[in-house]
Design a protein around this ligand. Structure first.
Ligand SMILES: [Zn+2]
Length: 344
């Protein structure tokens, strides 16, 4: 039986660090075990839309890292939000100051997407994607559509035709369908070219809709896209233990204050950062796929962004522990439950 697991520092291709006190609370968790993280731009009140925003937000994160002793060997990788009024010039300037990708939120599908993209195929959007293709700058997509008479559980599937149309229109554009949750999305990604990839979260590998509404309403498991059916979860697990570089880790750790989750009309987002390596080890071990964990969580994401996997290692040991009920004012994923692996 394996009782020690040594991995390079993780490459987390999708994190929400928020800002102010929340930023200070959550950054240390990811910085403890990751070499890099792709930092999402949907912050409020100031969203990350331009080169100036990128420089400002990066300095906020770096300032938080500077306060940690010892300073962790962690580098945030910045992104901008692509909206209807984003231009090729805005993209080029942001790229120049270090933005590694642009993120699209279709209007109204998740936290802070009230100013999301309305039209993927407007003249302006097409020019922006063209510029990103030219720069080699990946387009990251929250792949859901909020359509009339469409259940929340179907929003990912109804987005896939739009995604296929984009892939067809921009054959060299690097795209990532973020946090996929369906069997249909897994199949779509498998069939497209090597420039088309997907991130998968840890929580979608171990939850279904039943864990959100099947046994009382469990607000801390609620996220967008919403966890789906058992066969969808099975397809995600098969994807991550297939050794296919198109699928890599993006945890989508998304903290909200407890009062914003435990209320009428609670916020969507799962705070997985405090337990991510441990949870992944448990999931991969259960699926008899521990040997695929390093590629999924460390190598494939780094390669996609043109980086080498980290040389610095982290170590996990087989030792049961109980996840704390709360960190600051944020309830973590699996609060109060036991995990079998522990990060040293
Ligand atoms: Zn997200």
């Amino acid at each position: 039986m394996i009782t020690t697991l040594t991995l390079p520092r993780l490459f987390d291709a999708h994190v929400h660090f928020r800002n102010d006190e929340m930023l200070q609370l959550v950054v240390p968790f990811t910085a403890k075990y990751a070499s890099h993280a792709i930092v999402m731009p949907n912050t409020r009140p100031r969203a990350i839309l331009t080169a100036e925003d990128v420089v400002w937000y990066n300095s906020e994160i770096e300032r938080t890292l500077d306060q940690l002793r010892p300073r962790p060997n962690f580098k945030p990788l910045m992104t901008i939000e692509i909206r209807d009024n984003t231009t090729p010039e805005i993209v080029a300037r942001a790229h120049k100051v270090g933005a590694v990708a642009g993120k699209v939120y279709p209007l109204g599908v998740t936290t802070n997407s009230n100013e999301g993209l309305r039209n993927f195929f407007s003249k302006e959007s097409l020019e922006t994607f063209e510029a990103m293709q030219f720069l080699g700058m990946p387009l990251l997509i929250h792949g859901e559509l909020d359509l009339p008479r469409t259940l929340v559980t179907k929003r990912e599937e109804v987005f896939l035709p739009t995604f296929l149309r984009l892939a067809d229109r921009f054959p060299k554009l690097k795209m990532v369908l973020e946090h996929i949750t369906t069997k249909a999305a897994v199949a779509t990604i498998r069939h497209l070219g090597p420039n088309i990839n997907a991130t998968i979260t840890a929580h979608h590998l171990c939850t279904t809709l039943n864990d959100v509404v099947g046994d009382g309403i469990r607000p801390h498991n609620m996220c967008m896209p919403i966890p789906k059916d058992f066969e969808d979860r099975d397809a995600l697990i098969s994807a991550v233990i297939s050794g296919n570089p198109k699928f890599f880790l993006g945890s989508d750790t998304a903290p909200h204050p407890r009062e914003k989750k435990e209320c009428a009309r609670g916020a969507c987002g799962v705070f997985s950062a405090p337990i991510l390596p441990e949870l992944l080890a448990e999931i991969f071990e259960k699926a008899n796929g521990l040997s695929y964990l390093e590629e999924f969580a460390c190598d494939f994401g780094a390669e996609f962004y043109g980086l080498k996997p980290a040389t610095e290692k982290i170590t996990l040991i087989k030792e049961a522990w109980t996840v704390p009920e709360i960190y600051g004012n944020v309830v973590p994923f699996m609060a109060g439950e036991a995990l079998q692996w522990k990060l040293l």
